[in-house]
Design a binder for this molecule. Structure first.
Ligand SMILES: [Zn+2]
Ligand SMILES: [Zn+2]
Length: 619
């Protein structure tokens, strides 16, 4: 994951510390101010540029109320999932109704220390929550349902999800202690009316059961929203996409097609999920001992294939890793995976099964620290030790940024004597997102008047738009998070307004309370350490009583830097004396000057920028 992705376009939004009305049309002078502000942040923290999007929806003073409603016109407002892969959320607003499609999380970049998730900014929705008729979830992946626990109390809207997604949301709400959410089940072919917005889900093929796209109609327009999809003629479960229905819609006329851009860079056609079942059967059949297979807990179709192949090669199946156990159990309970009951055993029981009759399905395909496979590779898994004769299959390709972590896990598994299969020689992974030929096929089936790519980083969107132009779509548009698209018959235009769309950071139970300042501190501490200078003074006379104390962590090894520390002490002393006589004991301003000058002093001497904390103690 690269940093630019998240900030390249945020520079057009409000500055991080400009406490002003948010949604004014952009003006050049504001933008100019902001740019300067932004550059300053960048210089201060050296490398990163997160400050622009570290925002909270609860920041006081921000409002979108100055964006006035329009009559009989559809507004489409992407709040997440454009210019990024993850945290999908889009609002459809028509007169007195808002329908929200998806509510996902995204993983933070590695420089966002301590942040668990990024979620969409919902200020625009919060300020119109009485209009929200539905939050529709198109399937159960985290980038479509993950943010629900964090936003549902604020929006209080009923949730509509396909059955498997609903099951996953219920487990999630249980975990977060959310009891009063209104959850409804939807399926292919349902017609849902939310005021003047009419939504009809249609079955798609993807890597999880019950994924749907949406046909969305207003009195004047018809839009199609694919959500995540691939075109799989032989799906593991469920039915293939109904292209006859889509042809009918196409004939009636579709104004806008919004389509999944994740794999626009990949030529050709994805292979069917079913085909890797064949690879699995071959690998499991040949493996002399135990088989451990790692994949995403959310790839239910993959888990299904693994289980089928395991049953066919006479292996008992145990699940390892919390999310894997949870998702697989739910899928079996709901009947999405059919497996004879006694083929599933607990990990504790696995020890008593002969090695050639055992298969473990595990989390950790991305080398995630603390995941089940990671601990096995470290030799620190409580119930399970890898040994020679074991075969480990990694059935997922590393998400960009995870390659090194996955590589480490593979090295360690080899070191422990296991044979590792990770997709170099056998197909053990297929994507759940359409490749170029499938994307073109879908565009041709719909033949929209206007095409708008969604779900992708900016380059994916641009390439997808180009693809649609090549297929003869008369008009393409690229939107960004926070844009407002206005649709009124044949009028389809971006409004001059923007709504706040900077990611909201979730750190443990805190939502949006970690802003750019806390993040910058965490980053400074992690990269250059921390430097505390303590000046102890006499309460009455305000004179320094001892030589200033210096404490540092992660900055320099103090004993090897005696000279520097000595100089730093006399610098601290000098600053205190001058500032104390100048300000007559204004501790706050003395500390501010000390922080500033000591930072510069240390940067000059060491080329490092530790976080400087001045402390004045009255004794
Ligand atoms: Zn998905
Ligand atoms: Zn997705």
């Amino acid at each position: 994951m690269n940093n630019n992705r998240m900030t390249s376009w945020h520079s057009e939004n409000a500055g991080p510390r400009n406490n002003r009305q948010y949604a004014k049309p952009q003006q050049d002078n504001r933008r100019g101010n902001y740019r300067n502000d932004y550059r300053r942040d960048r210089n201060q923290n050296g490398s990163s540029n997160f400050a622009a999007q570290a925002q909270s929806s609860i920041k006081p003073g921000l409002t979108t109320k100055n964006i006035l409603p329009v009559r009989d016109k559809l507004r489409v407002i992407p709040l997440g999932g454009l210019g990024e892969i993850g945290k999908n959320m889009t609002a459809f607003e028509y007169n007195d109704s808002i329908v929200v499609v998806d509510s996902g999380t995204m993983f933070p970049d590695s420089y966002m220390f301590g942040i668990d998730y990024l979620i969409p900014n919902i200020l625009y929705l919060e300020e119109r929550k009485e209009k929200i008729k539905a939050i529709i979830c198109t399937h159960g992946h985290e980038d479509h349902i993950g943010a629900l626990p964090f936003i549902i109390k604020k929006l209080e809207a009923p949730i509509f999800a396909t059955p498997f997604a609903k099951g996953l949301i219920e487990l999630k709400f249980e975990e977060y202690g959310i009891k009063d959410a209104k959850l409804n089940s939807i399926k292919d072919g349902d017609v849902l009316k939310f005021g003047d917005i009419r939504v009809e889900p249609f079955a798609t093929t993807h890597s999880i059961p019950d994924s749907v796209g949406l046909s969305i109609r207003t009195p004047k327009n018809h839009l199609i929203w694919t959500s995540d999809f691939k075109i799989d003629e032989t799906p593991v479960a469920g039915k293939p996409i109904d292209f006859e229905k889509i042809a009918r819609w196409s004939k009636e006329g579709v104004d806008i097609l919004f389509s999944d851009s994740t794999n626009t860079e990949r030529p050709g056609h994805t292979i069917s999920e079913k085909e890797i079942g064949v690879s699995f059967k071959e690998i499991f059949g040949k493996a002399p001992g135990r088989v451990i297979i790692a994949t995403f807990a959310s790839q239910i179709h993959r888990v299904h294939q693994v289980i089928r192949a395991a049953v066919e090669t006479n292996r008992k199946i145990a699940f390892s890793g919390r999310s894997m156990v949870r998702n697989a159990e739910l899928a079996i309970k709901m009947g999405y995976i059919d497996v004879p009951k006694d083929n599933i055993i607990t990990l504790d029981k696995a020890r008593s099964v002969p090695p050639e009759k055992l298969l473990i399905v595990s989390t950790g395909s991305q080398g995630e620290e603390m995941s089940s496979l990671f601990r096995m590779a470290q030799g620190s898994h409580r119930q399970f030790k890898i040994k020679s004769g074991d075969t480990v299959v990694i059935s997922a390709s590393p998400i960009p940024g995870n390659e090194a972590a996955v590589g480490d896990v593979i090295n360690n598994l080899f070191r422990l004597g296991a044979k590792v299969v990770y997709g170099k020689e056998v197909d053990v992974h297929v994507s759940g997102h359409a490749y170029r030929d499938e994307l073109a096929q879908f565009i041709n089936a719909v033949k929209p008047k206007c095409f708008i790519p969604v779900h992708g980083e900016y380059r994916h969107l641009a390439i997808h738009a180009e693809l649609a132009q090549g297929e003869g779509v008369p008009r393409t548009m690229i939107l960004e998070n926070g844009n407002i698209l206005e649709v009124d018959g044949s009028y389809i235009e971006k409004s001059r307004w923007k709504v706040p769309s900077e990611s909201v950071l979730v750190d443990g139970l805190g939502i949006g309370d970690v802003g750019n300042i806390v993040l910058r501190d965490r980053q400074a501490m992690a990269t250059d350490g921390i430097f505390v200078c303590i000046v102890t003074i006499d309460r009455q006379t305000h004179e320094i009583v001892t030589s200033p104390d210096i404490i540092s962590r992660g900055f320099v090894y103090m004993r090897a830097a005696e000279e520097l520390i000595r100089e730093a002490r006399s610098e601290v002393r000098r600053i205190f004396l001058t500032e104390n006589s100048r300000t007559r004991g204004d501790w706050a301003s003395i500390k501010a000057v000390m922080r500033e000058r000591m930072s510069r002093f240390l940067a000059d001497k060491t080329q490092r920028n530790p976080m400087v904390i001045p402390v004045i103690i009255e004794a």
